[in-house]
Design a protein around this ligand. Structure first.
Ligand code: GLU
Length: 325
């Protein structure tokens, strides 16, 4: 089953460009194919973009209304009523992150913890999610633009809540507590990010992970890609020394390639929230109501067991809801 998942996930990476595979009889050196859109410039450090964002509590979100609207009967004029009238909740998701949002080779469906969370929101809106969820696979870099231009209603895509992002969008309360770490080949000498000075470290373009690598005191060389499975291919080909992203994502990569392992201390907390357009505070409150119910009635824990819990280890309590008003 894992082999099937791995085969599928590896197929989900970007279209290779550049040199092709071995040419029999050719004396020319052949370099391995590279995924599309590989960038080694790194993101512009926040300090170079202007002042840092005002301090905030990144996990504090808007309190749910005292009474949740009844499914199928959303308040007139609300964001939820607009979604109900359209008949579909449009959700930005990942399709490369095993157990969170990934394309399952066996049935061709995008599945995982985050897909089930989106389904729970759709069930609360429509009464029955069947036929009412439209999944839109997007890159990390597309998440904020897609929310701002209205092409998705919510983003459930391993998205870290932080103060810089709160300047552009809103978030639900925290639904998963991840931390940034590193993945390397088991036979590599690296033990932590400080060992990777001058070495290439891969992460998704538009991710907090790439920013952390860019800022690291030891000066690793950031390499940005569209999909995290592109990083795995580059690690396997020896083009990068390590991958750095959330532990939630890295555990899935390590399952796909048992020659790799997660190493080093936590580099940064990466609390996941559902991203929502900043002018849809009513939808944020509604989603928070759904998450509150899931924390209280055991369905968050059931989802945890169903997805990341497959890999063993203790089942944590759901991250608590923190409200700003
Ligand atoms: N959680 C990090 C972020 O939101 C990394 C996500 C990813 O690489 O997909 O930027």
């Amino acid at each position: 089953m894992l082999i099937a998942a791995a085969a599928l996930l590896l197929c989900a990476c970007g279209t290779p460009t550049g040199a092709s595979a071995t040419v029999i009889g050719s004396a020319a050196p052949v370099s391995p194919p590279m995924p599309a859109n590989v960038s080694s410039a790194g993101p512009t450090p926040p300090t170079a973009q202007g002042s840092s964002p005002p301090a905030c509590n990144p996990v504090a979100s808007y309190r749910p209304a005292a009474t949740m609207p009844v499914p199928g009967a959303m308040p007139a004029g609300s964001t939820m009523a607009r979604i109900q009238a359209r008949g579909k909740l449009v959700v930005g998701v990942d399709e490369n992150t095993y157990l969170f949002g990934y394309l399952n080779a066996a049935d061709g469906e995008i599945e995982g913890f985050e897909i089930d969370l989106a389904t729970a929101v759709a069930t609360a809106l429509f009464g029955d999610a069947a036929g009412h969820v439209q999944l839109k696979p997007i890159t990390a870099e597309q998440r904020i633009p897609d929310l701002l231009n209205g092409s998705v209603d919510i983003v459930v895509d391993t998205m870290t809540q932080n103060c810089a992002r709160w300047q552009q969008i809103a978030f639900s309360t925290e639904y998963y507590a991840a931390t940034q770490r590193l993945l390397t080949n088991k036979n590599s000498p690296y033990k932590s990010l400080s060992d990777l000075g001058g070495r290439k470290v891969c992460a998704e373009t538009g991710s907090t992970s790439l920013e952390t690598v860019t800022r690291a005191a030891g000066h690793p060389i950031p390499v940005g890609v569209d999909g995290i499975t592109d990083c795995l291919v580059m690690l396997e080909q020896g083009e990068v020394g390590a991958i750095s992203t959330d532990d939630a994502i890295l555990i899935g990569l390590a399952v796909q390639d048992p020659q790799t392992h997660v190493i080093g201390p936590a580099l940064e907390a990466e609390p996941y929230g559902i991203g929502i357009a900043p002018n849809s505070v009513d939808l944020v409150r509604f989603v928070n109501g759904v998450l509150d119910r899931m924390r209280a009635d055991g369905s968050w824990t059931a989802l945890y067991r169903k997805w990341p819990g497959q890999l063993g280890g203790p089942v944590p309590p759901p991250p608590p809801a923190v409200y700003r008003d």
